[in-house]
Design a protein around this ligand. Structure first.
Ligand code: FMN
Length: 188
């Protein structure tokens, strides 16, 4: 299965989670990674090239750190620019139809914060509704998301051994998911 990973991280140099994830999957055959901030440092996306890459892929992955309850800005821009009317949706826009869409997300807050009684008040499923709606609009088949909670990236604060173990376990499961063609973990 050809997989296109649309990866957005504005600060990969200081990343701990996503650097580990990328290092864990980047040797897989048939997995192509587009790190948007590295490919488009000026912010202008090559829409034709991205659409062509999507058409050649049989599965899409959106990989990103959760930023302000949403995607980082470059992934939002990718969605705005690449998923155009007449290509991704509309009566003649069916190019993504039936392709599985896998979300791979990390959050600084613990899982317990994403609940009606938690300090973020809403569940991840609720906050991810815009992406669910996008999958629905374009006919992509949303897979159960892979979410790693509770590993913040705060300058001057080291990641604990326990957190790093969680990252490694999550990375191994992510790799397995890409190899097997379906989701094997959810919401660690
Ligand atoms: C600008 C910004 C916004 C963030 N917003 C959220 C948020 O809404 N919810 C959350 O749980 N974590 C939030 N975080 C924490 C990041 O999700 C966390 O640092 C990241 O997943 C760690 O991955 P990394 O090591 O690859 O950077 C935010 C971080 C930054 C820098």
């Amino acid at each position: 299965m050809k997989t296109l990973v649309i990866f957005s991280h504005p600060h990969l140099a200081t990343s701990r989670v996503h650097r580990t994830l990328i290092d864990t999957i980047d040797d897989l055959p048939d997995v192509h990674i587009h790190h948007l901030e590295a490919m488009y440092p000026q912010g202008d996306i090559d829409v034709e090239a991205e659409q062509s890459a999507c058409e050649h892929a049989s599965r899409l992955v959106f990989q990103f750190p959760f930023y302000s309850y949403s995607t980082p800005p470059m992934l939002k821009r990718w969605l705005d620019d690449v998923l155009s009317y007449g290509w991704a949706y509309g009566s003649k826009g069916q190019r993504l139809r039936n392709k599985p869409l896998q979300l791979v997300i990390s959050s600084g807050a613990p899982a317990s914060a994403y609940a009606a009684t938690g300090y973020n008040r809403f569940t991840m499923a609720e906050l991810l509704r815009p992406l669910e709606a996008t999958a629905h609009l374009t006919g992509m088949v949303l897979q159960p998301p892979l979410i790693l909670h509770g590993v913040p990236n705060i300058p001057g604060l080291d990641v604990t051994d326990l957190q790093m173990e969680k990252v490694m376990t999550f990375a191994a499961s992510y790799r397995k998911t890409l190899q097997s063609g379906h989701s094997c973990i959810r919401g660690i």
